[in-house]
Design a binder for this molecule. Sequence first.
Ligand SMILES: CC(=O)N[C@H]1[C@@H](OP(=O)(O)OP(=O)(O)OC[C@H]2O[C@@H](n3ccc(=O)[nH]c3=O)[C@H](O)[C@@H]2O)O[C@H](CO)[C@@H](O)[C@@H]1O
Length: 366
Amino acid sequence: MKVMLSGGGTGGHIYPALALADIIKEKEDDAEFLYVGSFRGVEKNIVPKTGMPFKQLHVQGFKRSLSMDNVKTVWLFLKAVKQAKKMIRDFQPDVVVGTGGYVSGAVLKAAQKLHVPTVIHEQNSVAGVTNKFLAKNATKIGIAFPDAQAFFPKEKTELIGNPRAQEVAKMQSDFSWTTYGLSDDKKTLLIFGGSQGAPAINLATLAAIPAFNERDYQVVLVAGPKRIDHFMDLLKEQGKTLSDHVKVLPYIENMPAVMQKATVLVSRAGATSIAELTALGLPAILVPSPFVTGDHQSKNAKSLVDAGAALAIKEPDLDGNSLVKAADALLQNDAQAAAMKGQSKQVGITDAGDRFYALIKSVIKN
Ligand SMILES: CC(=O)N[C@H]1[C@@H](OP(=O)(O)OP(=O)(O)OC[C@H]2O[C@@H](n3ccc(=O)[nH]c3=O)[C@H](O)[C@@H]2O)O[C@H](CO)[C@@H](O)[C@@H]1O
């Protein structure tokens, strides 16, 4: 099987594509892949490290206001479609899979024009702009939340979950907290704000540091590669220090392995993070980002809160006190954490990768 993958911009679009590739490789060891990403998104840092062949296109997003930049966006898009067509003719994929982000718009549009089967994956409960644009001509559409069905033609849409969930659920983690100078015998609160870190979560954690320094559980904040320096500057300015059991990191490469060893998670309500934490049944405190299309993170979070699988704190209500209160509620109350774990597992779709693979197989012409 020859599969062209495209998804870009943020980790939430990239990791599902990579998880799908791993599942295909497990089933067909002669499978071939080509990943097409953008020059701007984080895929340029993530994909080459996997050893997968990687090509890039220049694309950019639309501005919401009237702007000359939008003329450039259209011009870049048309140019990218042309270049993508050449990549498709050279690689001759059996199927082209798009997991969201502007670059996947150009790549799948090119495939649709060349009559190559296309499958799109929507990770959120609210469909993204690119997937809505591609849906009409897509061969099949895989969704991760039942609510997303409303955005797509019913006859070609299937609830498959997020393949990253299966990857995380199956992984045998040999990660040890000693990697970060912590103990494997203590409970650990892992805090991260999506793949890029979140200022509001970082600031609340900063305010909570004196309390966390006093707790008997460990705390790890992943501040984000571009945000950690600012966090450390503020920490110094405020005259605060980190105790031995509180750590701040820029990014965690092997997040699925690390998540397996966490006790409670504080996270944005990005689709991939949710797929991962429900696959593990990890009790979570979700802080939905208010800055995303259609407020989809609040809807993602609500579906978990309604199921008793997570707590949520709205960003305006998030501060040091509310963060510590929610963390204590789960880390100092084993019964509540255990109940949430059970509910979270109920929500997770841990065979999402197998379902995605079946969907891909169903569109390939023999
Ligand atoms: C701000 C924004 O537009 N966010 C969107 C983006 O999420 P974004 O990419 O920020 O977040 P997601 O929660 O979907 O995914 C984050 C991914 O990054 C990984 N990770 C994170 C931190 C780290 O240190 N290491 C690491 O590997 C997580 O394990 C996860 O796999 O795409 C998602 C999927 O369409 C959407 O639901 C989000 O609303």
